[in-house]
Design a protein around this ligand. Structure first.
Ligand code: HEC
Length: 196
């Protein structure tokens, strides 16, 4: 079944004539069943739509995050964030430290921004579509005393600002205190982690 999806999707991309509605098709029963090839096909299918959507309302992060440092070789399905396919970018201030994926004593510099694009996989609709852009900005504890100096935010796929409850995001991220509250991409997709 997975192989069939991958082949169908590859053909669809290669043909170049099929509509976007075809290349975002999903036939698996669970987002965790998507293999690397199928994920790459979905990302290729939706990546332009995602970047255009997040930038639509002129949001500064939504318009620039794609020029930042990538942190993963491809999107991964981690589980949290709604079983979405997740792909994080780090701004200049964040990149050096973030890309070490260190597991203790991490303190990200103020001004660090992580922007994580997402793809929502609807098993029911048998299709994938752009999900929110999740954003964490290190503003310092004076400005965000209750969330250890992090400001959580998000953009909808149409570029509109999401209403985000700080405690909802931070309660889960609080589990990674030694990593300055960062969850990091799945180990298998981390960029250059083995050479660092
Ligand atoms: C149930 C747990 C959970 C909740 C709630 C949650 N996150 Fe995350 N978040 C994670 C995990 C796990 C990762 C790392 C997985 C990945 O990115 O592949 C992550 C990664 C991130 C990243 C990439 C930086 C990093 O941590 O490595 C951003 C940005 C982010 N989340 C923003 C948010 C925002 C904004 C909210 C609230 C709207 C939120 N998160 C709510 C679990 C959660």
């Amino acid at each position: 079944m997975i192989r069939k999806l991958a082949i169908a999707a590859v053909l669809c991309t290669a043909a170049g004539t099929a509509s976007a509605a075809d290349c975002n098709a999903v036939t698996v029963e669970d987002a965790f069943d998507l293999d690397e090839a199928a994920i790459n096909v979905l990302y290729d299918c939706l990546k332009d739509k995602m970047a255009t959507g997040y930038a639509k309302e002129g949001d500064e992060i939504g318009s620039t995050y794609r020029s930042w440092a990538p942190t993963a070789t491809r999107p991964g399905v981690a589980g949290p964030h709604g079983n979405r396919l997740l792909n994080t970018f780090a701004n200049d201030i964040a990149a050096d430290q973030y890309l070490k994926f260190a597991d203790e004593g991490v303190e990200m510099p103020v001004g660090s921004i992580l922007a994580k694009e997402s793809i929502t996989v609807s098993i029911k609709k048998k299709a994938a579509r752009p999900g929110p852009l999740f954003i964490m900005t290190k503003v310092g504890t004076d400005d965000a005393p209750d969330t250890a100096g992090w400001l959580y935010a998000g953009l909808q796929p149409n570029g509109k600002v999401m209403k985000v409850k700080q405690s909802f995001c931070h309660d889960c991220h609080a589990g990674w205190e030694a990593q300055d509250y960062l969850g990091y991409p799945l180990e298998e997709v981390r960029l250059g982690a083995s050479t660092n």
